[in-house]
Design a protein around this ligand. Structure first.
Ligand SMILES: Cc1cc2nc3c(=O)[nH]c(=O)nc-3n(C[C@H](O)[C@H](O)[C@H](O)COP(=O)(O)OP(=O)(O)OC[C@H]3O[C@@H](n4cnc5c(N)ncnc54)[C@H](O)[C@@H]3O)c2cc1C
Length: 312
């Protein structure tokens, strides 16, 4: 993971400027994204940085804008499929420096890199209810807002009050709930390119015992039903209106169906898993084949929930 020689003149200029913003141990070159995704798939990112402050995020945005280089945020990499060629430009990943959690009354404030499970557990410790649904979702809270993650009867949109972001022009902007335009697995951040740095949640006072009981129930349900022992990005497809993707896939006889190292999970047909050595091309081919066969049988078009990123 040491700094290697940057290739082009632009990359050298970018590297020199990035080094002035981000300290060397938090800056990686040609970093394999398979190390940063729950699928354990993905070619190298030209540059991967772990900012330590909102000011650093802003400085990186301003720099890449000046140089015309693409930039992308990454949380825990649990809802992405990174292409085999990897990601050109700069990936901004939120690590430990953005994982702080604090609260003031019923408001919980978390850095974008805080894991959903730790926010959920923090809320439980404060006897605050509303985040139980998120225990066991392996993402960051920033990624959860971007995706409007949800499970059981909960959804991040139901508890978010405001979000602090850095936008493509480098400015720090605050979005209130109404500005975020949440919808099923949708938020405004999928269109506007702003990076979520901090999240404010408005929770309700509850009973710690009841909160923990609910979290245990959800954890048991995940462990029983989901292929947690294999690398994946969770549910591969969005829930089509009126159906469950997993049920349609199972009824099409695709449980266990594989292409290369990518396989429709034998445990839960809604999950594509990396059964060993899968490439992004394997996963994409499997997704297409599943879509085709489910459409032929049921006339339903499955839409991927997993976000495909990187050079095609
Ligand atoms: C075993 C398993 C179970 C899962 N169960 C569920 C579930 O029950 N419900 C559910 O909704 N999801 C589930 N997921 C999917 C995933 O965990 C969620 O979508 C999660 O919210 C993604 O967060 P992340 O930090 O991993 O995002 P990433 O995968 O890192 O990123 C996802 C997208 O968000 C963007 N992004 C990430 N962070 C930021 C940021 N700070 N600012 C701007 N954009 C950002 C990325 O560019 C990318 O486009 C599951 C995944 C797995 C592997």
């Amino acid at each position: 993971m040491c700094l290697q020689k940057a290739k082009s003149k632009l990359e050298q200029e970018l590297l020199a400027s990035l080094k002035e913003i981000i300290a060397a141990p938090r800056l990686y070159i040609n970093e394999p994204m398979s190390r940063h995704t729950s699928f354990q798939i993905g070619g190298p990112a030209d540059f991967l940085v772990f900012p330590a402050s909102v000011q650093e995020v802003s400085a990186v945005f301003t720099l890449v804008r000046e140089l015309g280089v693409p930039v992308l945020a990454l949380g825990n990499g649990s809802n992405v499929l990174v292409s085999d060629k990897g990601i050109r430009g700069v990936v901004v990943k939120f690590g430990d420096d953005f994982a702080g959690i604090r609260h003031l009354g019923k408001t919980v404030i978390a850095g974008a890199g805080a894991s959903l499970t730790s926010v959920s557990r923090y809320a439980a410790d404060c006897a605050l209810t509303g985040m139980e649904f998120a225990v066991g979702i392996p993402g960051s809270i920033g990624g959860a807002v971007f995706m409007n993650a949800g499970a059981y009867d909960g959804e991040i949109s139901k508890v978010i009050s405001a979000v602090t972001t850095v936008c493509p022009d480098g400015t720090v902007q605050r979005f209130n709930h109404a500005d975020i335009r949440f919808d099923y697995r949708q938020s405004v951040f999928q269109q506007n390119g702003c990076i979520i740095c901090e999240v404010e949640l408005m929770l309700e006072q509850g009973s710690e015992k009841d909160i923990l009981a609910k979290m245990d129930e959800y954890t048991n349900s995940r462990e029983t039903k989901q292929p947690l022992e294999m690398p994946s990005a969770g549910s591969t497809f969005k829930r089509p209106p009126g159906y469950y993707a997993g049920t349609l896939i199972e009824q099409t006889g695709l449980k266990g169906f594989s292409i290369g190292g990518a396989q429709v999970s034998n445990k839960h047909a809604g999950f594509v898993v990396n059964a060993g050595g899968a490439t992004a091309a394997d996963v994409l081919a499997l997704i297409s084949e599943v879509q085709r066969r489910v459409f032929d049988k049921f006339g339903v078009r499955l839409q991927p929930e997993v976000r495909v990123i990187g050079e095609k």
